[in-house]
Ligand binder design. Structure first.
Ligand code: DC
Length: 227
């Protein structure tokens, strides 16, 4: 059986950066499941489908071929992962604040979640993975050998997210980022289907006062113990 590391946590907890580095060190595949919800939001928007229409968004996503891989040298432009939809590179198109909001909206829809969870499980079935999202520890990979709930305080997370957006040229106020983050946390943890939660067997890792390297070192040590 493949070795599975499942990481859940709130917006901007550093899940992407940590999972990506960890996967690189361990030579595992890195899977960003949030990207699949962002793809759903993008496809719906392009097709003129409302982000609340479960049947139509699910049908549209079901038809799409979503592929993810570690960026090649030619693609190394700061992205964490390359995301292709029917062969088209949407890696950056899905990273806007608008698609973040859309992703949080379509993530509330039951049929959309069913379609995406199946696609995510298929990816993890045959290879060692570090997969991150909101429902990985209890829904997508309930039998993962290591389950982590990665978090940090709101101000730290908003600050990190703000910096990321500024670097990317998105002109946005810190206060706006903080209030969007609180709204998304609320939406993600209070939604009726598969809300963000801390499972009993998860290792809760608060990264507020740790560097990325320290976090990755701690997780790597744990993986080595388990293997
Ligand atoms: O991690 P992110 O910001 O790219 O995620 C976008 C949205 O997708 C987020 O608001 C919650 C949702 N999501 C989810 O419901 N389940 C997942 N496994 C991953 C993300």
């Amino acid at each position: 059986m493949s070795f599975q590391i499942a990481i859940d946590g709130p917006v901007a907890a550093g899940k992407g950066t940590v999972a990506k580095l960890l996967a690189k060190r361990l030579n595992f595949l890195y899977v960003d499941t949030g990207a699949t919800y962002r793809v759903a939001a993008l496809l719906a928007k392009q097709a003129g489908i409302d982000w609340t229409n479960d049947d139509e968004v699910a049908a549209c996503v079901d038809k799409a071929q979503i592929d993810m891989h570690n960026p090649s040298d030619a693609e190394s432009d700061g992205r964490q992962t390359t995301v292709l939809v029917d062969g088209a590179d949407v890696s950056w198109a899905i990273r806007t604040e608008d698609m973040g909001k859309g992703a949080s909206a379509v993530a509330k829809l039951g049929k959309v979640r069913q379609v995406l969870v199946k696609k995510q499980q298929d990816i993890a079935a045959s290879q060692d993975v570090v997969m991150e999202g909101r429902d990985i520890t209890y829904k997508v990979l309930p039998n993962a050998q290591l389950k982590i709930y990665l978090t940090a305080n709101e101000e730290k997370r908003a600050h990190r997210r703000h910096q990321e957006l500024l670097v990317r040229g998105e002109d946005v106020e810190y206060e706006t980022v903080l209030s969007d983050l609180k709204a998304r946390d609320k939406q993600d943890s209070e939604r009726a289907i598969d809300p963000l939660q801390i499972v009993e067997d998860a290792w809760v890792l608060d990264t507020s006062n740790l560097t990325i390297e320290q976090v990755v070192d701690q997780i790597e040590a744990k993986v080595n113990q388990l293997r």
